[in-house]
Design a protein around this ligand. Structure first.
Ligand SMILES: Cc1ncc(COP(=O)(O)O)c(C=O)c1O
Length: 417
């Protein structure tokens, strides 16, 4: 019902109402007009309040309203068209340039006729194969559409109200978005020499800390914290605080003698995340897994969408786990690529951070310089990742490619610098 007395109208979304206008002498006509306007022009955004005001509609809670959407880079096909180039090399997303392995493609082809069926919602075979490989029971394993999907389920399962998440600045931004979307508080401590400062994180734990997020190797810096550092850290963390250990780049670092493999700790409050997106070359398929105490994994599985990962991803994951040769080839390509790029960057006088992943972070001293290098490389058909969104505006990150791609990158960098 339109209010019966004269309305108090405010300009909303640039619409100005002239009080006293002859058309609006009757309050009822004005209210009808506003309601029509609200429903015609912007029904999702405008409401007429009981007080007769035209106001923004509170469609979503403030923590959702304040989120900014993930901004992906322009797709390669569009870039090629825009820049008039034939070949495009993506060194911006920490993908594996070798893949996917032929036996994974074959497994997916064989699974294709099954896409008219829903997948095994328990991903039984895949979890069993992962369990065999890792020495775990299937109840300790959750699989999902990328490790980020499992991260999302962990956030939804365990965080609410006054709970807080504690982590470092300069780490994987996927987590930050998920935590903000859950409406809980995120606290960070600064990086120390581009690495997680475990001492500062342990000191920052309070009564509300529910999850500590650690990323090892860390994206985007490539640094690891060592076994010794983690041993000291974990002793200080109360048992009721969950330590979420993101090991998306595990395969690239696990042979380092100092690397703390989170599974070797067998602690009830550690949840591990790993993925098929990086070393297994399946980023586009979306397949990742979470490992931990069955009590915790049970909650994660309760939250999960019933039919993820899909049929093809489950078949591909099973095949990938059987292909140790491909993993070896990937690690060898990365070792050579890292050695080549690190040496070339040093010769170019770039300030780089020692990395244990499949990518290198360079500190350029200014955001303008980062943007210029990014733009110039793009024009030449190579994408790297400027790191302003990670809170490191003076840095960029570059992924190791195939040898020919790494050579081309260095050749262009020489010209640009
Ligand atoms: C540290 C880290 N965690 C998680 C992910 C997401 O992995 P997935 O593709 O399995 O969702 C990424 C991807 O870049 C990452 O760098």
């Amino acid at each position: 019902m339109p209010p019966s007395k004269c309305l108090d109208i405010e300009p909303v979304y640039g619409i100005k109402f002239i009080l006293g206008h002859p058309e609006f002498t009757k309050a009822e006509a004005m209210a009808t007009y506003i309601q029509q306007l609200a429903s015609k022009t912007d029904p999702l955004r405008l409401v007429v309040t009981s007080g007769g005001k035209l106001a923004p509609r509170k469609l979503v809670p403030p923590h959702i309203e304040n989120l900014t959407a993930y901004k992906p880079g322009r797709p390669p096909e569009q870039l090629k068209k825009e820049l008039g180039i034939e070949k495009f090399i993506n060194l911006a997303s920490n993908e594996n340039p070798l893949g996917p392995p032929p036996n994974v493609i074959q497994a997916m082809q064989e699974a294709l006729p099954e896409i008219c069926r829903y997948p095994d919602s328990g991903s039984y075979k895949l979890r069993e194969a992962l369990g065999d490989k890792l020495g775990l029971n299937i109840d300790n394993i959750a699989v999902g559409s990328g490790s980020e999907s499992i991260m999302a389920n962990i956030v939804r399962a365990f965080l609410h109200g006054d709970d807080e998440v504690l982590t470092s600045e300069g780490t994987f931004i996927g987590l930050l978005v998920l935590v903000k979307a859950q409406g809980v508080k995120l606290r960070t401590v600064p990086l120390k020499n581009y690495s997680f400062d475990l001492e500062a994180i342990a000191d920052a734990v309070n009564d509300r800390t529910k999850i500590i997020y650690l990323c090892n190797p860390n994206n985007p810096t490539g640094t690891i914290f060592t076994k010794q550092e983690f041993d000291v850290f974990i002793k200080k963390i109360p048992e009721h605080v969950l330590v979420l250990l993101d090991e998306a780049y595990y395969e690239f670092a696990c042979d380092e003698p100092d690397y703390p493999d989170s599974l070797s700790y067998r602690l009830d409050n550690i949840l591990t995340l790993r993925t098929f997106a990086k070393a297994y070359a399946m980023a586009g398929l979306r397949l990742g897994y979470g490992l931990g105490h069955e009590y915790l994994i049970d909650f994660v599985n309760r939250i999960k969408l019933p039919f993820e990962p899909n049929n093809l991803a489950q078949a591909a994951g099973l095949a990938a786990l059987k292909n140790d040769d491909f993993l070896e080839e990937t690690l060898a390509n990365n070792r050579h690529g890292m050695a080549f790029l690190q040496d070339a960057f040093d010769k170019l006088g770039l300030q780089r951070v020692p990395s244990f992943g499949n990518f290198i972070l360079c500190e350029m001293g200014s955001q303008e310089k980062v943007n210029r290098i990014h733009e110039e490389l793009l024009k030449r058909g190579i994408a790297i990742r400027p790191l302003a969104a990670f809170g490191l505006p003076t840095c960029f990150r570059v992924t190791t490619g195939r040898p020919s791609e790494n050579h081309l990158l260095v050749k262009h960098l020489k010209t640009i610098l």
